[in-house]
Ligand binder design. Structure first.
Ligand code: AGP
Length: 606
């Protein structure tokens, strides 16, 4: 959730670190800080966004080695002293840390008894003091770090620099760190895309790894002292950071990128002749697909909604029992894992701690998990070792939009692939494959003619709450719409399968209550029509998302038409007006659209 950036090389480190922080800011943005080595350590920390930190930095800040951090508070409030970096007692070691040190209270008490004075309330500060203590016991920096790590319980992505040693040390356990190798310079980052303007040559650290860095050398070892070869990966170009261009916000830019990012996802993966999908990374033979006892799909937030849609598609097209699970609940609910079943871990960032632990639990019980992930080389992608990349390109707004559509597209292709290995006919397969091929074009068509979005915004922006309803495949879309409006515009939202409305949520309705209905022209449309009438009869104002020219198109008070679409593929169209309503409502309410309060792009704590 926090972001780390580090630099050592011939250049002035400060501007490189600040730029790195700016690129990582979406990971956490309650405070940030920077430490530079220049004979001594110069440390600056500030609550608020990276621009706040920038505003307190002196114009000339010298030093060729430095580390920096953007924070998302876990232990200790959002204050300047709690921001990282943290300096050790005698000022010899400075660290930045992502993750949680679970035994920090015990360690803090032990250190206090030894006379150490703490400057923050964070769990992380213990690390700098223990590291200095171990260094003073004549250990090399790397050995001192090993001894320090052996005392910690919890998770870490950790970076340390030393006043008396020309090395930077990194360690990973549960929180990502990537090292970039430049020409006579070395970088460290929590994210590959923050490195890509400096170098394409990177090392993805694994849990348990320790890296000892100089300007021209990366030496890898582990906590036990075993060393191993440095495995350099060359990054693909798609990980270069996208600039805003003509757009005011990343969220809007990413909504508009959906046609192209979908093309990236489906290109080469549709077999139009055989009416089949071609997801290479799955490595499953038709025989294996035909024998699947069931499928489980795991994710959090938007990824969970995509999982629900995937589950419905797999079950209805391939006739394999399929269930989506909220990953944060899965591990602790003592799941029964069938080693013959197929499991999917779905995640944009590939770093979501809840999803990662759920997948490890499945693997521990002999199950096999495929990743459906956006960020190449991320922890979930690596832990699964198989699966598909959704190829959305970097998604920088905290609210996920284009990744949702690509997750749904990838899972749709998978559903067709399993379905074709079972009972789905070639004709039916071709129909859906051709429909999928058309989706990017239909999205462009809708974005060119969005309908009365601003009228819908006027209706929801001052509402006490907004109810989202949909049936069948549109029920998870309703949930996604509610999540989006809630997270960017801070409006309380509820989402229900439309049939459940009369079993409780109907009590909320009063004169003027906004209800958003998602009703594509599918087999449950008529049931949704009845639910619309039931809400209307209680004075609710209906915002209806429907297909162009459909006979339901005037049932709402505000009617938003999407192009006609294959029933199985409607979520990729019906979600668009919901994304736009959320974006414009947030703007109208003066919210920070790309950086909603309290949130972070990748949630790396459980
Ligand atoms: C989406 O708009 C949210 N910010 C959030 O729910 C997100 O989808 C969730 O945290 C899962 O993230 P992941 O896809 O990176 O695993």
């Amino acid at each position: 959730m926090c972001g780390i950036f580090g630099y050592m090389g011939p250049k002035q480190a400060a501007p490189i670190l600040v730029e790195g922080l700016r690129r990582l800011e979406y990971r956490g943005y309650d405070s940030s800080g920077i430490a530079l080595k220049n004979g001594d350590f110069s440390i600056y920390k500030k609550t608020g966004k990276v621009v706040e930190l920038q505003s307190i930095l002196p114009e000339k800040l010298h030093g060729n080695v430095g580390i920096a951090h953007t924070r998302w508070a876990t232990h200790g409030g959002v204050t300047d002293p709690n921001a990282h970096p943290h300096l050790s007692e005698n000022g010899k070691v400075v660290i930045v840390h992502n993750g949680i040190i679970e035994n920090s209270r015990t360690l803090r008490n032990l250190l206090k008894k030894k006379g150490v004075v703490f400057n923050s309330e964070t769990d992380s500060e213990v690390i700098s003091h223990i590291l200095e203590y171990e260094l003073n016991r004549d250990n090399s920096p790397t050995d001192a770090l090993r001894r320090t790590l052996s005392k910690l319980v919890g998770t870490w992505g950790l970076c340390a620099i030393f006043l008396d040693h020309d090395v930077m040390l990194c360690a990973r356990n549960g929180s990502p760190l990537i090292i970039g190798q430049g020409d006579g310079e070395t970088f460290v980052s929590s994210d590959p895309h923050a490195l890509s303007t400096h170098t394409q040559r990177v090392v993805f650290m694994d849990d348990g790894d320790i890296a000892t860095l100089t300007t021209d050398q990366i030496t890898m070892s582990n906590i036990h002292g075993d060393s191993f070869d440095t495995d350099i990966t060359v990054l693909e170009e798609e990980w270069e950071e996208a600039e805003l261009g003509e757009f005011e916000h990343y969220m809007l830019k990413e909504i508009y990128e959906q046609p192209d990012s979908l093309r990236q996802c489906i290109n080469g993966r549709l077999d139009r002749v055989r009416g089949n999908g071609r997801l290479g990374g799955l490595n499953l033979t038709p025989l294996e697909l035909s024998k699947l006892p069931h499928v489980r799909l795991l994710g959090c937030g938007t990824a969970y909604h995509a999982a629900e849609i995937g589950g419905l598609l797999i079950e209805s097209l391939a006739r394999v029992p399929s269930v989506a699970h909220i990953a944060s609940e899965f591990r602790t609910n003592e799941p029964v894992v069938n080693p013959n079943a197929l499991h999917f871990a779905i995640s944009q960032s590939g770093e979501t701690a809840d999803t990662l632990s759920a997948l490890k639990e499945i693997q521990l019980k002999g199950g096999s998990v495929h990743g459906v992930v956006n960020v190449v080389g991320s922890s979930i992608a690596r832990q699964c070792g198989k699966g598909v990349y959704i190829h959305s390109g970097p998604e920088q707004a905290v609210a996920s939009t284009k990744a949702f559509s690509n997750m749904v597209a990838a899972l749709t292709i998978f559903s067709i692939q399993v379905a074709r290995s079972r009972s789905l006919s070639k004709e039916k397969g071709k129909e859906i494959i051709n429909g999928l091929q058309q989706i990017p074009h239909l999205i462009e068509e809708y974005l060119a003619n969005q309908g009365p979005i601003m009228e819908a915004v006027d209706l929801v922006k001052d509402a006490k709450s907004v109810l989202f309803l949909g049936r069948g495949i549109s029920a998870p879309v309703a949930k996604e719409g509610a999540l989006k409006l809630m997270e960017v515009a801070y409006i309380p939202c509820l989402a229900y399968p439309a049939g459940e409305m009369k079993h409780g949520p109907i009590a909320l309705l009063e004169e003027g209550s906004p209800v958003i209905f998602i009703v594509p022209n599918d087999h449950v449309k008529e049931k949704s029509r009845s639910a619309i009438h039931e809400c209307r009869a209680r004075g609710a104002k209906i915002i209806l998302i429907h297909e162009q020219g459909d006979d339901i198109s005037d049932e709402g008070d505000i009617n938003i038409a999407i192009p006609k679409v294959n029933n199985y593929l409607s979520p990729m169209l019906t979600v668009l007006p919901l994304q736009l309503i959320s974006y414009h409502a947030a703007l109208a309410l003066g919210c920070d659209v790309d950086r909603p309060r309290n949130l972070a792009k990748s949630v790396t704590v459980e």
